[in-house]
Design a protein around this ligand. Sequence first.
Ligand code: FAD
Length: 547
Amino acid sequence: MNIFDAKDREVLVSRMDASTYDLVIIGGGITGAGIALDAISRGMTVALVEQNDFASGTSSKSTKLIHGGLRYLKQLEIALVREVGQERAIVHGIAPHLVHAEKMLLPLVKDGTYGKILTSLGLKVYDVLAGVEKEDQRRMLSRDEVLDLEPLLENIELEGGGIYAEYRTDDARLTIEVLKTASRFGAHILNYAEVTGFVEENGQIKGLNWYDHLTFREHVVRGQQVISAAGPWVDHLRKKNGSMSDKHLRLTKGVHIVLPYDKLPVKQTVYFDVPDGRMVFAIPRGRKTYVGTTDTDYQGDPGDVRASMDDVLYLLDGLKTTFPNLGLSETDVESSWAGLRCLIEEDGKPASELSRKDEIFEADNGLLSIAGGKLTGYRRMAERIVDIVVGRFEDGGRMFRDCMTKNIALTGGIFPNSRSVADYQGKVEQRLSGLGLDQGYASYLVSNYGRQVDDVFAIYQLREMGDCDKRLLMSELQFCIHHEAVHSAMDFLERRTGRLYFDILSVRKYGDSVLAEMAAEFGWDEVRMGKEREWLQVGITKATVFE
Ligand code: FAD
């Protein structure tokens, strides 16, 4: 059985029905994924259930940076900055094709958020805390040096700037590769499996009721220990479990917009001031530049977060202030996404003391819940909570290994360093030319799949000739169905390939072909096909229509 082959799902479900695991995890975002890999590699038996698709919550809606969080330094969250700062190099090391080193340009403007001295000192402290190599450490720049790097900034009251090192990734791809790596160690991992209740024995949690959204059946999964890594849904499950405390989540919405690169042709990432005193990123990615984020309180359904016209105008306002000559408007916005930050609020404490750190909640019946934190810190969060689980097992006389995830390369990521990624990408370019495909696909393919591009090419060779672009897309689709548990067109178009955000034209052009290929593969009937068409349309509307 290949756990991530969508066609093997029924076998997996039967095994899960019949097993009792050391650990069952709720939530297939980056936090749950990290916990699954940590626990299974220490020797536990592990199951993970995700109500929707993997990374369908916050873990596909972030700014997609593996970063130390400069703004947390401003809030004096020193420990957080140090931890995530140091994690960046580790996450880069285990997936160098997916986590790319990137320079960030921070222009300093008159009366901006950061002054020259504060920036110079802050970036220095940031480098020291994060242990950044000397050659990558921050450099302060004169006005002319900033303009050399980014001529688009010439029409603002520029006083100078700083350039510093961070990493860029794709959050949904990182999540799926961590999950696939956990499955290679033997973890049982299932999407479209919603936890609906808790099974208790003698006042202790011993399993979960879950509902299968693909077969419409109820199941139970049994586990000695249960962790909820349900992101914005953590409190919903804590309430269901009767274990709310005086600490709870406060959700804030963050929106990103995507523009064609030639409309906002920044040479590297720019982290710039917006009129209300916040700062946002403009990040080039292939033929697009994305911009974010906003930060507004959110009370609605965590499963239906979307960008409003106000969000879009806020980001455009910021762009117009920093890049006044580009004449950007709403019509330049091609796509968008919106996600929810989980901040930890404590009864009786003022809003200014909201924490962005991760928090672990331990319930009397044994349920462990974890929320908050960052994509960047997922590995350390996992280590902390799995240590608690190990401690519980040790009390009962069972021992497990120490955390070893810093040395586990993620699937597709068996590269000693960035140079070997570049070499591999060169070979992919040659193969693309040989196949009559645009070489421009190389960086997309290698960032997405790493060495698994070889598997995509193998499928490509077997497919019928015809429109090369479509043939490549369908080869990716086949790879994702059989190796990445894709069950719905949106799993593929939004989270496995990022096309909904970064190539919406291809979604409009090939959406129906993707549906037809999946219908043939899964034997969908007209009812299912109707739903899939609707979900595709809703996905496109959410990304492109703003009210
Ligand atoms: P989620 O990804 O939300 O996963 C929780 C999962 O649990 C969901 O998939 C959900 O479907 C599932 N679930 C819920 N209830 C159930 C149930 N009953 N049964 C089964 N499954 C269930 N961090 C960075 O390091 N860098 C950044 O650049 C960055 N930018 C950000 C920008 C924005 C706008 C936001 C909002 C966050 C950003 N973050 C960033 C933070 C980062 O994205 C989050 O910390 C991280 O994605 C949270 O992952 P998670 O797994 O805890 O939550």
